[in-house]
Design a protein around this ligand. Sequence first.
Ligand SMILES: Cc1cc2nc3c(=O)[nH]c(=O)nc-3n(C[C@H](O)[C@H](O)[C@H](O)COP(=O)(O)OP(=O)(O)OC[C@H]3O[C@@H](n4cnc5c(N)ncnc54)[C@H](O)[C@@H]3O)c2cc1C
Length: 439
Amino acid sequence: MVTRCRNPPDHTAMDETARSSIYAQDAANQFRWPALSTELRARIAVIGGGLTGLSTALHLVEAGQDVVLLEAYQPGWGASGRNGGQLNPGLKYDPSQIIGKFGTEAGNRLVEFGWSTVQRTADLIGRLGIDCDLRLNGTLRAAARAADVAAVRASQQDMAAHGMPVEWVEADAMTRLTGHGRYHGGFLDKRGGDLDPLRLCHGLAGAAHAAGARIHGDSRAISLGRDQGRWRITTNTGAVIADRVLICCNGYADGLVPGLKRAMVPVFSSVLATPPLPDALAAQIMPGRQVLYESGLVTVYYRVDARNRPILGGRGPMRPVASPERLGHIADDARRLWPGLADVGWQTAWNGRVAITTDHLPHFHDLGDGLLAIYGYNGRGVALATAMGEPLASCLAGKIASAELPIPPTALSSIRFHAFWPIGVHATIAWSRLRKALT
Ligand SMILES: Cc1cc2nc3c(=O)[nH]c(=O)nc-3n(C[C@H](O)[C@H](O)[C@H](O)COP(=O)(O)OP(=O)(O)OC[C@H]3O[C@@H](n4cnc5c(N)ncnc54)[C@H](O)[C@@H]3O)c2cc1C
């Protein structure tokens, strides 16, 4: 098999979007990882320099493996360096649903892993000493409509029945925790938290490099094929020959592996951030500094970061965004919740691609001959992708079989009518906004 891919057509706009994130603005003049300029041999090649790829490369070199990581732009350029910064435990389903779907043994393994990802991420950050504003103040899941209370409550009860530290929060207590009265109730998962995701990416890249990983930025893999029993990956200026390859390009997957791009829907999520708030206003908004995401078809999520900047996310245009004017609906919503924000303005806006799968679960494929692929964290990848690095590294190093990963392997399959996904996403967003306006 030899495949070739072309650079994405919206390359310049996508890069502008990445640069307009609040994290990129904070991290001006960062070190640039050099492009691959020669032909290298490595035992393992990792393609994609987000949290999945960086954490996997780190754990591989720490286990004594010889690794090259190729990133089309720079480490953290994709979703990993520009997300909402929320560390949310768990998956889209409740623990009982996961056990029902995967069976007792695999289900319990996934539940144990999925709900420990924040602690695993925090432990890794602590071990490596990465300075990324990590805080563990908890995650709030909020019922945005009266009709959502039953489902949110059922999730809380299911998690509590599995021994998890998840407390129900009545509507009046939600008002105290958020600074506004929209919610009909919710739950607090005490294990959640937040951080600056780009600094986490940079910290992981630095640690992986220090331990021996060869990291190349500005190095898009443009072809992948078998050559004398090994994988040969080419970039515009070099090549890597490797025994095993991990593809972790998530919502930015291109045509490198046939069918991969069409196995997920790369939905854009948009984010707005204010400048640092005056102390009095900062104390009124999410005073306990938990992070929050709402119930609903199209998730609204927010937090106030370590510099007292509200960072609010939700759906927006399905194309790159780099200015606050494009996200007026998120701004209006925020001012409805906290009228004091009307006097503050917005520092910046950006968006990025979240990889959504049809079953809303991450997908892991063992494609044969040592070629693995993983994607589809469905908007929960900050902790999940970081935590996946360790088991993925064990699998690539041959210490565990792919069937033993917390996310069991499945066959790669394309989504039917994939070409029509933008229409479906626009319809879902329009429906969600209409529903919000009517309730
Ligand atoms: C705006 C936004 C907000 C979000 N908020 C949250 C949140 O608050 N909490 C949460 O848990 N999750 C959130 N997410 C999701 C989370 O960021 C992702 O699930 C996670 O970062 C995925 O990591 P990854 O390493 O798999 O992929 P990515 O970080 O997307 O990395 C993939 C990388 O692959 C590279 N690549 C693609 N093709 C090639 C190629 N051919 N050669 C070389 N490199 C290539 C890309 O350039 C990219 O850097 C958010 C996502 C977005 C976009």
